[in-house]
Design a protein around this ligand. Sequence first.
Ligand code: HEM
Length: 373
Amino acid sequence: RDVVAFHGPQQAGVSTAAQDRLAFAAFDVSAGVTRDELRDLLRIWTDAASRMAAGEPVSDVESAPQSPPRDTGEALGLSAANLTITFGVGPSLFDDRFGLSARRPAALADIPAMPRDELEPDRGGGDLCIQACADDPQVAFHAVRNLRRLAQGTAVLRWFQLGFGRTSTTSSAQQTPRNLMGFKDGTNNIKREDTKSLATHVWVGPDTDQAWMRGGTYVVTRRIRMLLEAWDRDFLADQEDVFGRRKDTGAPLGAETEFDPVPLAAKGEDGAQVIPADAHIRLAAPATNGGITLLRRGYSYTDGVDQQTGQLDAGLFFIAFQRDPRTGFVPVQRRLAQSDALNEYIRHTSSALFAVPPGVSATGGDYWARGLF
Ligand code: HEM
């Protein structure tokens, strides 16, 4: 009932309905690991992930009393909670270590530095990533923890981010949730029912330079801290101008209800634009970016107190899927970083990019990124 199919032409966790909780981990492959050992890890990971997504322990082999348990145990008795485990490979995997440089897709180009970036390198990048989403935080955590354990000796954790409260709707059956600024988030997102938009903007097509990425996608993650103390002092009308939407209903300024078209051309009696020139939804909209459309699937996060300022370290762990970041996230973010009214209240503190290969077939011993080897 609460199981999301693991196998299929595409990986789950992209266009499947967004769950409530996130555990996202990036790994670096350890020094001296060979290409065969890397491939073995992906086989072992895929097998374990397919079991966990079905609500089963990581292994069906009984644990021996004189060795560590095969599953860490904290998800025993819990349901699958719609767990999805999504796998990706970062640009750094394509250096000379594994002889894979000729397999690097052109679209997997490092995200360039952006104006206003305040990136912490230890929280970004990585050779491999695992995005685990579930409706139970313990189930999502268990998935990452056990994959990390299986990678012992082959890959080490580079960074890890927990998220709570999805900040996006990816299905028209879902209500639009609110982000930590109190605004509905995900209104104008691609919905899974819109398979045409997914095919055009999210899934990699036959035109790719790397056949192993056909049917895959690319994910960009950005840890975006919100300066909540400053935001909470801002006037309501100004907060609404920042986004270009009403805080209570989520309706665009100058419109009536949440899903009304955004009146980008409308002018008030004073001749000024109803959706301000620097409003987030004006600058991010496909209509003002030559049609660029992202699938957003981010989560709120909080990591306690910033010891330097005594302020909350909280915000949005932004996740966006697209078929080519060079013509997706990068130009939109460059524009936002220059002029978005939201910039006064946010700081981008991490950045990562991964190629998300197509899904895994249930037969034939298939595994994540098999086409890479
Ligand atoms: C729309 C919040 C960062 C891209 C929105 C909306 C909100 C929001 C409340 C309006 C509702 C909706 O249509 O989803 C935020 C917050 C951010 C953030 C709080 C940072 C903390 C970003 C970034 C990007 C982005 C970094 C891409 C580079 C978009 C897009 C839309 C949107 C494409 C839809 C615009 C439209 O077509 O109407 N965002 N956002 N956002 N945001 Fe963001």
